[in-house]
Write a protein that binds this ligand. Structure first.
Ligand SMILES: CC(C)(COP(=O)(O)OP(=O)(O)OC[C@H]1O[C@@H](n2cnc3c(N)ncnc32)[C@H](O)[C@@H]1OP(=O)(O)O)[C@@H](O)C(=O)NCCC(=O)NCCS
Length: 207
């Protein structure tokens, strides 16, 4: 599938379509992140609309520039929508600056989509993109302690619990533990991931 500025999905699984996020997606992303039930599990929330725009706009602009040049963005931000265009969530596969080949996975869904497997499938898409398209050598994810759904998704993707950073995140004046998950891609079932990537419509090393 060719990228045409966000209108064409990069990949799909049945009725769920995955596309690079654009500035046009930002209002739905911000609305989702301002829901306290979603923000409860995110270290950077609660945040104002202005703060969220200041965080996401440069990332989305850098992503658009990279894609326009035929390059992969170092911080890849995605949206998942159904075939009617309803926003189902956002995901990220972000290069870890001090760890060449390291990619951090992240995902957030609006509350109305929880518990239906959207997060699990988004996680599989992100893993496939990171491994097959972006050539990741290590995957990681960070989860505020107690976020059982997120923990299960990362374990299901083959990441291991590597440790807990005690009181690492300060959120609303409370220090929270953060669980660190990670895995070397060489320890994962790479052939299965590559066939999932092909089934999703992803390309090796490029979009
Ligand atoms: C975390 C999140 C992405 C999960 O997405 P989801 O679509 O609801 O998850 P799924 O339906 O695919 O379920 C994933 C697993 O978690 C379990 N699960 C789902 N909701 C759960 C809950 N409230 N409590 C415990 N387990 C739960 C499912 O049973 C499933 O387990 P399994 O793999 O053992 O079968 C979503 O809840 C969310 O966006 N939460 C707010 C933001 C957030 O926490 N982001 C992640 C930050 S690290």
């Amino acid at each position: 599938m060719d990228y045409d500025g966000g209108m064409t999905p990069l990949a799909s699984h049945d009725d769920e379509l995955y596309a690079f996020a654009t500035l046009a997606d930002l209002p739905e992303i911000v609305r989702m992140l301002q829901d306290p039930a979603v923000g409860r599990w995110l270290w950077f929330c609660p945040a104002t609309r202005e703060e969220l725009h200041a965080f996401f706009e440069p990332l989305l602009q850098a992503q658009a520039r990279a894609l326009a040049e035929g390059a992969l963005p170092s911080a890849a931000l995605f949206v998942v929508r159904d075939r009617e265009g309803t926003f189902l969530g956002q995901g990220a596969a972000v290069s870890v600056a001090p760890s060449p080949g390291g990619v951090e996975l992240g995902f957030q869904l609006p509350r109305h989509t929880w518990g239906r497997g959207v997060g699990t499938r988004l996680g599989r898409f992100l893993r496939a993109y990171a491994v097959f398209t972006a050539g990741a050598e290590r995957l990681e994810g960070h989860v505020l302690a107690g976020n059982e759904a997120s923990r299960r998704i990362l374990l299901g993707l083959g990441l291991h619990h590597e440790g807990t950073r005690r009181g690492y995140r300060l959120k609303e004046m409370v220090r929270h533990d953060e669980d660190v998950f990670g895995v070397l891609v060489s320890e994962l079932p790479v052939e299965t991931i590559e066939s999932q990537a092909r089934a999703l419509g992803l390309r090796r090393g490029r979009v």
